[in-house]
Ligand binder design. Structure first.
Ligand SMILES: [Zn+2]
Length: 94
């Protein structure tokens, strides 16, 4: 990861261990995605047998693995946006 933005020179690591917090964001998003998987999985396959539980776990793991690159980057952007505000007048200043 770059240490600062190419355009506005905003530091990306605000303090030592800053990015640890993104783990909580990506965990929360993974839980949300898993709950959404329950919603589509239930009417299609149901929960009648133990195979459907294993099927859900496999399908959920597959969806989470596919969404992981997006999840990691989105959680970083989201976490940084909590601490660094967007400055609309940046281009006017420079
Ligand atoms: Zn920037």
């Amino acid at each position: 990861m770059k240490t600062e933005c190419n355009i506005c020179h905003q530091k990306t690591e605000l303090e030592t261990g800053f990015w640890w917090g993104t783990g909580y964001i990506s965990y929360f998003l993974a839980v949300v995605i898993s709950l959404l998987n329950v919603i589509w999985f239930s009417p299609i396959f149901g929960w009648a047998t133990i195979y459907s539980v294993w099927g859900f776990l496999l399908a959920n793991a597959f969806v989470l693995m596919l969404s992981m690159p997006w999840l990691v980057r989105f959680s970083r952007v989201f976490y940084l946006s909590i601490f660094v505000r967007y400055d609309e007048s940046f281009e006017k200043k420079s």
